[in-house]
Design a binder for this molecule. Structure first.
Ligand SMILES: O=C(O)C(=O)C[C@]1(C(=O)O)C=C[C@@H](O)C=C1
Length: 258
């Protein structure tokens, strides 16, 4: 389900939005598998390594900024599902505008959690699934990081849509907590522990299925050897992806009656 698809945007249900979150798991896990092909390659993140004329920052920051500048001109960030990591100084889209169905409450546009996503990814996550070491593939590594970051960002900000659907389905449950600006009450209302348990199990299973070697001969596949550790993927969701999605949901709901 995409916001660009007006029929399904009108027929928004919690089920259809959850279906999209399930589909996005595939994108995220494949992106992690691709990144795990490279070791950590820390010079890609080292501010003193790149020395790019006219730019101060890491190779990764350079790649993300330049890619976002180009993608902004191609219209990427006119899509309410997309959020830039470096929103300052982006040029407006140069392509004809697409008439996205307005599903979200307008203040949603100001919610951008990418700073927290960036910190989570580099401070915590990367060391859990990339092997230590340096193979010199810094630009390819940074390009893989960007794919991971954009997939995680899209998923986490999808919380805006999840929150909108929850609000539409039971406004009377949410309105008192919104009027009281009570974050804890909102967090309680929007949390479904049984769903979270299923998500954690499913992403671990997907990491096993997608990350197994496929062979045509009768040799036993390398049992228990996956391209990205299923328990890391489960932990990524439990500790960062779902909590950040819920933060987006709370932020969104706090402004739902503005
Ligand atoms: O499915 C929902 O209801 C969501 O809000 C999404 C999500 C998630 O991030 O996967 C977040 C909060 C819920 O507790 C369960 C799952």
């Amino acid at each position: 389900m995409a916001l660009s698809d007006s029929d399904s945007a009108n027929a928004l249900t919690l089920e259809s939005v959850r279906d999209s979150l399930v589909r996005q798991e595939d994108t995220i896990i494949y992106a992690l598998i691709e990144r795990a092909r490279f070791p950590i390659n820390s010079p890609a993140y080292d501010h003193s390594y790149a020395k790019i004329p006219g730019f101060s920052g890491s190779l990764l920051q350079f790649l993300v900024r330049e890619t976002e500048a180009l993608q902004a001109k191609a219209g990427r960030f006119t899509n309410p599902e997309e959020h830039p990591f470096f929103p300052d100084d982006l040029l407006p889209s140069l392509v004809p505008p697409f008439n996205y169905t307005q599903v979200l409450h307008p203040p949603a546009a100001f919610i951008n959690m990418n700073k927290s996503i960036w910190e989570m990814y580099f401070d915590k996550l990367i060391a859990l699934f990339a092997a230590p070491g340096d193979d010199g593939n810094y630009a390819s590594t940074a390009a893989s990081d960007l794919v991971c970051l954009q997939a995680l960002s899209r998923r986490i900000h999808y919380g805006k849509l999840v929150a909108e659907v929850k609000f539409r389905e039971s406004p009377r449950d949410y309105e008192p907590a919104i009027r009281a600006q009570d974050r804890d009450a909102l967090m309680k209302l929007l949390t479904f522990e049984s769903v979270e348990e299923k998500v954690k199990k499913r992403v671990a299973k997907k990491a096993m299925v997608f990350g197994e070697d496929v062979t045509l001969d009768n040799k036993e596949a390398r049992k228990g050897k996956y391209k990205v550790d299923p328990s890391v993927v489960s932990r990524l969701y439990a500790e960062w992806v779902m909590p950040l999605t819920k933060l987006v949901e709370v932020e969104y709901l706090l402004h739902r009656l503005d």
